[in-house]
Design a protein around this ligand. Sequence first.
Ligand SMILES: Cc1cc2nc3c(=O)[nH]c(=O)nc-3n(C[C@H](O)[C@H](O)[C@H](O)COP(=O)(O)OP(=O)(O)OC[C@H]3O[C@@H](n4cnc5c(N)ncnc54)[C@H](O)[C@@H]3O)c2cc1C
Length: 506
Amino acid sequence: MLRDPDVIVIGSGPNGLVAASVLAGIGLKVLVLEANPKRPGGAVGTEEGTLPGFRHDVGAAFFPFGRPSPAFRHLRLEEEGVVWRNAELESCHPAKDGSVACISRDPDVTARHFGTAADGDAWRKLAAWHGKIESTLLDALLLPVPAIGPMVRIGFLNALKLIRIMTSSGRGFSSRLFESEAARRVLPGLALHVDVGPDDRFGAALGYMLGLTATTGGYPVPEGGAQSIANALVRIVERHGGRVELGRRVSKIVVRGGRASAVQLDDGDEIAAKEAILANTGAPSLLLDLLPPEAVPGRVLGKMRAFPRGWGTFKLDWALSGPVPWSSELARKSAVVHAGESLDDLSEFTRRVRSGNLPEQPYLVVGQQSLADPTRAPRNQHTLWCYSRVPPSIEGGWSAHRERFADCVDDRIEGLAPGFKKKILGRRIVAPPDLEKMDANLVGGDLGGGSNAWHRQLIWRPVFPYFRYRMPVERLYLCSSYAHPGAGVHGMCGFNAAHIAARDIG
Ligand SMILES: Cc1cc2nc3c(=O)[nH]c(=O)nc-3n(C[C@H](O)[C@H](O)[C@H](O)COP(=O)(O)OP(=O)(O)OC[C@H]3O[C@@H](n4cnc5c(N)ncnc54)[C@H](O)[C@@H]3O)c2cc1C
């Protein structure tokens, strides 16, 4: 037991662990309290969920920010034992009509497999331009708002071009750039990883970032599973004298003299923090449940009660007797395969989810980790990971729908990979309530830390004027994906919050 911590971090998701690593690294005594009794990492973890010997990622599985994120570069994850593995191709977008577009880290390979020759050429030019600005762009988007230095460094003409892209809808940008349906469905399909549909205003930004980062570092997976990232971060915290305690749910933050001074745990324990408390929790949970109501301005309480959540997530894991027999040769080599026939199919999917209905043709993000990392499954066998986006709650409850919807997902994969169902040895269904049970931040299965729509970003994340990690109570900081820059495993919410807390601590 670590006594008299300087800093308490509530939650051991990647952002909480990054914040703890940074603060422990500058000599502060850091205690991380994690509700999950089994493992650290929040939505970044790995469990044998189907059959013995098959290791499935419980949440995040592909890590485009794993190498380029300033937080992970600073912490040198690779020196802590994280080994990145890439599949031969990064993201494949096949359709039942046989058309396909595919992203590779090699621009020539992508150009050959991106709809038409003209589309391949357009992609090659876009990727070449992106490669030149990526590191400055990542600084501009990931560092605390406003990241003036990187914004200036990006240059006037590049900035104009970026503004034109980022103010478009996914459909608008894709249709302007590409002529084939195969190429047009790629970037808007990627934006549906969160709750951004093809026709949403400013929706091109997310698809652009996910698609173009795949051209540089790709979508790598860590050897052994996502858990190895969380475990590496725990080792860094502990090497600097910090401690991560599991099965320790924080139920209250004690405020004395306007300052966050201690936490109370479910089991009745109270632990004081000498310098600061960082919350790797949901913003509504922090401001409505953990803090006493008199410590939070009434306007903020109102905003949190009406907090706009992202969509739910319906996840599946399979143990397979062999690789997925995709009709598309490219899909057989790709880390991630996306199911979505066309822009119109993706728009219809978005409408169904927004109207609270289960999609009949679910859009799918399918992950083939064991292609790049054979340690995930017994010899010659494979794991498969997949999610679709769904309404956070559903009439009749999930228990009435989960099996049928899971069968619908199987059917969609079978349509693109005849013979898939025959390879299934085991299947695990993870519906929105299961995700929330595993990690309280995933409310209704929302994987994005709240909505990722344009008006929930930058100075509006999680609520104006608290967008720079400091909360309405002194020495209390929000360090989860509910803060800027939001969802994804980049650790930057934790990294930025830790630097601001360190500055305040002096
Ligand atoms: C199914 C799924 C697939 C995803 N796929 C990807 C992907 O491929 N690539 C990618 O980059 N991102 C992906 N994401 C998103 C990514 O996992 C999240 O954006 C990221 O994990 C957010 O990190 P975090 O540290 O903010 O919070 P989390 O990872 O959610 O961790 C929060 C932690 O805080 C703990 N906690 C909360 N409240 C308390 C409390 N009161 N007391 C103690 N502990 C508490 C929780 O138990 C949890 O461990 C995915 C997410 C899901 C769910």
